[in-house]
Design a protein around this ligand. Sequence first.
Ligand SMILES: Cc1cc2nc3c(=O)[nH]c(=O)nc-3n(C[C@H](O)[C@H](O)[C@H](O)COP(=O)(O)OP(=O)(O)OC[C@H]3O[C@@H](n4cnc5c(N)ncnc54)[C@H](O)[C@@H]3O)c2cc1C
Ligand code: FES
Length: 267
Amino acid sequence: MTHLLDCTVLSNAEVAPEHRRMILRGEAIARDTQPGQFCMLESNPGLIPFLRRPMSIERSEEDRFSVLYKIVGEGTRLLSKIQPGDTVNVQGPLGKGFPIQPGYERHILVGGGIGIAPLPGLAEALIRQNIATPEVLLAARSRDMLLCEEDFKSLGCSVLLTTDDGSAGMKAFAADALREMKPHEKTVVYVCGPMIMMATVHRLCMETGSLCLASLEAHMACGDSVCMGCVVETTFEEEFRRMVRVCHDGPVFDSRHINWNAGAPVS
Ligand SMILES: Cc1cc2nc3c(=O)[nH]c(=O)nc-3n(C[C@H](O)[C@H](O)[C@H](O)COP(=O)(O)OP(=O)(O)OC[C@H]3O[C@@H](n4cnc5c(N)ncnc54)[C@H](O)[C@@H]3O)c2cc1C
Ligand code: FES
């Protein structure tokens, strides 16, 4: 069930250069969130910016939930100025999260840059439901952009790091590092990050017979299935189901259902 709540900000702290974690008190949203769902945050109570900003819900427990965000433009810059004690209007939880897959031997979480945001909550859910302690692959451009390493380690997850410039972990792209982890038919890979990274992870999973569940990003206006601003092309045969709405049908999809050659909705 989706709620519209004025949430009190409990903290809004820097976790890496240009990256912050905001913890908000909002009991109904925290209670009803499933891993992989998102919310729409009002970054400013006035008319500018007019649209809410979509953010994955990183974790939720008891009366609170968190979002992990990267400052990229006006909306996220305004979010970064919010102080503990301030109020943010939030709509959520929205969308369909990660379907938990109990029948698999290995569960690998792959997060690229800020794409890691929905994965800590998923790791907690897999552990809490006694399904698995997932293996985690964190990919980023450089060491200072690697997020949540300690959070996953404190949950008992094994964490493999990979950076484009080799400043931490392997010097490789995410799909190359994932190949080294030898995923197989009884592996489920949960991935979130830039479209190009998810497309290469999807292709590797097709090669190895692994199931790949991808959390997509798209530009969103309404966040709630009305505006059609977030559609992506699928591989479905039927013409009437050629496009899906990331906000309503996703953001998490079986990667086989997405046409990765159609061009990224956002890069
Ligand atoms: C379902 C979903 C979950 C998301 N979760 C997170 C999250 O957990 N943490 C996080 O930091 N970001 C997340 N995003 C992306 C986030 O919504 C955008 O970065 C944010 O809306 C940008 O707002 P802005 O006003 O700061 O930037 P704008 O001024 O609107 O744009 C600045 C730059 O960011 C790009 N941009 C804008 N919107 C998006 C988008 N949706 N995806 C990618 N690039 C975008 C623009 O093309 C432009 O280059 C998510 C997006 C979706 C759709
Ligand atoms: S954002 Fe409006 S339909 Fe998805």
